[in-house]
Design a protein. Structure first.
Length: 529
């Protein structure tokens, strides 16, 4: 039993963990220390005004994972979406002074991991923008709202949707066109075409008249909405569908694959989709996949009241991508191998190079990491973290200071131009060398390193609990809790503090499930090359 578990853990953390080949015998976890500047490096720069976070489309929160823990249950393996987890962390990257509206950053971190203490080398890929949200300029928008009005939306949910949609109208601009599609047993067009400003009264009346009854014909609602958006399509205008639902399809074409194929087809025509799931019973996987293939965002809102928050606080960002058809490429230096990447579902790669093809990038609403968390949703933009393994034999390595190169190409949605940036990651330390206090390019990658450890700890604990090893699952979270608490003493951070709350909750849920289970320290699961 123990041998098979170790094999399982090794297989899991080949994709989720850190172990420098040159430092496999670490004595135990050690909290990240202060960031150590590289010799002769330029002085650190602050995020600066207007350094707005930029995040990928897809999941914008890890609400499902939180909801399961809040209900006193154990999340199944795979519940925690890495994109959604990272998206709820604001990272204050260096100044967005690259000259483009999206700026690429490559940051280095070398430290012992917070679960077992093995060495870890990571490159954090960050994106931000000089655009200030209050100055955001965008082309006119064609917006089609596809709203679930089935019987399950009756009461609090439909009331919250009405309020959110009414307040969303304030964020729209002259020249924006709006259509409203409702769907229950079948779809109906409530408003076929309205100017967001000139036809405000008609829009308000249609929204106030939303009634909930009947089944849930997701396909008909989405098909009708896409048809309206396609009919409007005009060069120089943004085109987007917003699909909101609180349930699974119970009428019409119910197969998720048909919905996904529909979203993919219209995305190729330039019509994006943002999905909003409300409550506890909607199809999370389908709504997430629709946003990923449709160049949009996905929001998991277990509290109907949060619908209003999303429409009000996020409408300026979730509807308008700042980059399309994004390709991020990583080439590692000769002294390293590339093990894996976290924070994106689009990664493909080998031992020397990897790539993520991301349909769209969006601005994030929260502009400073120190900003308080309000209404339960955090936001921030997130990032991508790539794990490297230093080679034991460095004798043939020519550029020993080169860790790797990160490049990005993308399409400007305003002009259609194809743009490119790249950055080289340089280390003052030899590959595999682990300074006593660790090394971080700046504090941002240090926070990213803690995020990675939390992600891995949650994933490991879920897998261990699923395989009936609750004691080791508690051991993983206990080790993580101690180190994260220590880090927070010198690095107050509202995102990590909230994460720690769910570490504590996860432990208490596990203890209630099997109160007599002896706690085991986590085994060393990270393989050595």
């Amino acid at each position: 039993m123990r041998a098979s578990l170790l094999s399982l853990l090794a297989a899991l953390v080949m994709l989720a963990g850190c172990n420098d080949a040159g430092d496999a015998g670490a004595a135990g976890p050690a909290s990240p220390g202060p960031a150590q500047p590289a010799p002769n490096a330029p002085p650190p720069v602050s995020a600066g005004p207007g350094a707005t976070g930029v995040g990928q489309g897809g999941a914008q929160d890890f609400g499902l994972f939180r909801q399961i823990l809040d209900a006193g249950q154990i999340p199944a393996p795979g519940t925690l979406d890495p994109v959604g987890f990272f998206a709820e962390h604001k990272l204050d990257f260096p100044a967005a002074d690259c000259g483009d509206e999206v700026c690429l950053h490559g940051l280095l971190g070398v430290q012992r991991n917070l679960i077992t203490g093995a060495g870890c080398t990571v490159v954090q890929i960050g994106l931000n923008s000089p655009i200030r949200l209050e100055n955001l300029e965008r082309p006119p928008m064609d917006l089609v709202l596809a709203i679930d009005t089935s019987g399950s939306m009756r009461g609090v949910a439909i009331d919250a949707v009405r309020r959110g949609l009414l307040r969303m109208l304030d964020a729209l601009q002259p020249g924006d066109r709006v259509a409203l599609v409702t769907y229950a047993d079948q779809a109906a067009v409530a408003i076929a075409e309205a100017d967001a400003v000139e036809d405000r009264e008609a829009l308000e009346a249609a929204i106030e008249g939303l009634l909930a009854r009947g089944a849930t014909n997701l396909y008909d609602g989405l098909y009708t909405a896409f048809g309206l958006a396609e009919r409007w399509r005009t060069p120089g205008r943004q085109s987007r569908v917003v699909l909101l639902s609180d349930g699974v399809a119970t009428a019409g074409l119910e197969q998720p694959a048909r919905l996904k194929a529909l979203a993919e087809a219209y995305a190729r025509l330039g019509v994006g989709i943002t999905t909003i799931g409300v409550g506890t019973d909607f199809d999370v996987d389908t709504m997430r996949e629709l946003s990923e293939v449709g160049a949009g965002n996905f929001y998991f809102l277990d509290d109907p009241a949060a619908v209003e928050e999303v429409f009000v606080d996020e409408v300026a960002t979730f509807l308008v991508p700042v980059a399309l058809d994004v390709e991020i490429d990583v080439q590692v230096g000769q002294g390293y191998l590339l093990r894996g990447a976290y924070g994106t579902n689009a990664w493909e790669g080998g031992l020397r190079a990897g790539r993520a093809d991301i349909p769209s990038l969006f601005l994030a609403g929260r502009q400073q990491a120190a900003a308080p968390i309000e209404d339960g949703r955090r936001g921030g933009g997130g990032g991508i973290i790539v794990e490297l393994m230093p080679l034991r034999d460095q004798s043939g390595v020519r550029e020993r200071e080169l860790v790797g190169t990160v490049s990005m190409t993308w399409t400007d949605p305003m002009t259609g131009d194809r743009l490119e940036q790249s950055t080289r990651i340089i280390s003052p330390h030899a590959a595999g060398e682990l300074p006593e206090q660790g090394f971080f390019t700046n504090a941002t990658v240090e926070k990213g390193f803690v995020m990675l450890n939390l992600l891995v700890g949650f994933q490991l604990a879920s897998q261990l609990a699923y395989d009936a090893d609750v004691g080791t699952a508690i051991g993983v979270l206990d080790a993580l809790r101690m180190e994260v608490r220590r880090w927070l003493q010198g690095n107050p951070d509202p995102d990590i503090e909230d994460d720690l709350r769910y570490v504590d909750l996860f432990i208490s849920v596990l203890q209630r499930q099997q109160s007599q289970t002896p706690v085991s320290r986590p085994p060393e699961p990270w393989p050595v090359d």
